[in-house]
Design a binder for this molecule. Structure first.
Ligand SMILES: C[S@@+](CC[C@H](N)C(=O)[O-])C[C@H]1O[C@@H](n2cnc3c(N)ncnc32)[C@H](O)[C@@H]1O
Length: 212
């Protein structure tokens, strides 16, 4: 692991140890949130009962909880604090505390992968490889839904979420770059949008199908 990766990982771990609750409480109203549209689109494409991966699942709300009503859900998160909360809040899913750049799953083991606001905590130099990993975990015809950058930016937010001393690491490429990386990984984009759909224009959402 490079020095940049190790530093980013430590900032994310410390950030969620300090500010997990400030990021997300123990309740979340899905309807009216930016997640609702994309989870409906995901559900329209990924068959009920399938194995689905929630990558960077946080405390499980709202994504793992929503998916667990329809799918066999595995959540992965780097932060033991986030995973501990997810296990308590979403007992129907299984959760693995691991780095998404290192965790191993058998090839073609998921029909869907959701990665809301989590790739953007990983140094951008690793994003192309991460997309290759995601594509390999998907069965042919499977779908990935990911929040990615609109514009390239890497930095650290201080006093993150208003918590004194909490920091968060962000790293993203431009959406043009992601379109190329998705194509290179064999992921054909079927829908593209902004997240949140109203307000902050800082992210793009890409919904893509694994070909072949
Ligand atoms: C902004 S939160 C989003 C949580 C959830 N997906 C949501 O939308 O509510 C990002 C999550 O990704 C996790 N994360 C960041 N880097 C990670 C990595 N390398 N491997 C696994 N999880 C990671 C963080 O611990 C955090 O819980």
């Amino acid at each position: 692991m490079s020095e940049t990766q190790a530093r980013a990982k430590q900032i994310v771990l410390d950030g969620y140890a300090k500010a997990s609750h400030a990021y997300r409480g123990d309740a979340f109203e899905l309807e009216g949130s930016g997640y609702a549209h994309w989870l409906r689109r995901f559900a329209a494409l990924v068959p009920a009962g399938a194995a689905v991966l929630d990558l960077g699942c946080g405390n499980g709300l709202p994504v793992a909880r929503e998916l667990a009503g329809r799918y066999d859900v595995t959540g992965v998160d780097l932060s033991p604090v986030q995973v501990g909360r997810a296990r308590a809040l979403v007992p129907l899913a299984r959760f693995v505390c691991a780095d998404m750049t290192e965790v191993e799953f058998p090839p073609a083991s998921f029909a869907g992968v959701a990665a809301f606001y989590s790739l953007i905590n990983v140094p951008v130099a690793g994003h192309a490889a991460l997309l290759e990993r995601i594509a390999a975990w998907l069965s042919p015809g499977g779908h990935v839904l990911a929040t990615v950058g609109r514009d390239a930016w890497t930095g650290v937010e201080e006093n993150w979420r208003g918590v004194p001393g909490a920091r968060m690491y962000y790293s993203q490429a431009s959406v043009h770059q992601y379109r190329e990386w998705f194509a290179a990984a064999g992921l054909e984009i079927v829908e593209e949008g902004r997240e949140p759909r109203e307000g902050n224009p800082g992210y793009a959402v890409l919904l893509a199908r694994r070909n072949g």
